[in-house]
Design a protein around this ligand. Structure first.
Ligand code: NI
Length: 189
């Protein structure tokens, strides 16, 4: 297992559609996923897609931590999803602050589908199918976007809401001082 170098926005591997995995059960895919897990843990992110470690294959890993469990969201253990597909359930979207290991230091407000169903393959070749809402749905949409060459700023409508994480923390403090009922917002990588 190894910690891999993470591609940053601007690297061509992040802007091309990734290729489907022919066989999810090979030792090569298991090694890739093991390295991605090491890399994600080291970087302290919530999700990682294979193109982010310079491997243009349709593999993502993610989890939804319990602190994001706001009632509408779900805590989800670390999940490997190979050749994932997303189906929209309903037409509700919600805004949330996202970050990305390939866009270090920045955060932006992105509208995502609130409820989805996703399916894909695990490392043993078994099908995984789940319904997801809230942060769980958001992290899956964010990671699967990487497989289609999309980085979250490309989903943003108002680029004034793309900012450095440090500046946003200052902004939140000033807003919170003016309005003590400010709701915490979710972040993801
Ligand atoms: Ni990302």
């Amino acid at each position: 297992m190894a910690i891999l170098k993470i591609a940053r926005m601007g690297h061509p591997v992040l802007n091309r559609p990734a290729d489907a995995v022919a066989d999810p059960t090979t030792p090569e895919i298991a090694r890739l996923v093991g390295d991605m897990m090491d890399t994600l843990e080291d970087a302290q992110g919530a999700g990682l897609a294979a193109p982010q470690v310079h491997v243009p294959l349709r593999v993502v890993i993610f989890f939804a931590p319990p602190e994001h469990d706001d009632g509408a969201s779900q805590a989800v253990p670390l999940t490997v999803l190979i050749n994932p597909e997303i189906e929209l359930l309903g037409d509700e979207r919600s805004d949330g602050w996202e970050a990305c290991l390939s866009v270090p230091g920045l955060t932006g407000l992105v509208a995502r589908w609130e409820t989805i169903r996703y399916r894909g393959f695990a490392l043993d070749g078994q099908t995984i199918e789940r319904q997801a809402t809230g942060f769980h749905a958001r992290v899956v949409q964010h990671e699967c976007d990487h497989l289609d060459g999309i980085v979250y700023p490309m989903r943003m409508i108002n680029m004034a809401q793309l900012m450095f994480c440090e500046e946003r923390r200052h902004y939140i403090r000033s807003v919170a001082a003016a309005d003590e009922e400010e709701e915490p917002v979710s972040e993801e990588r």
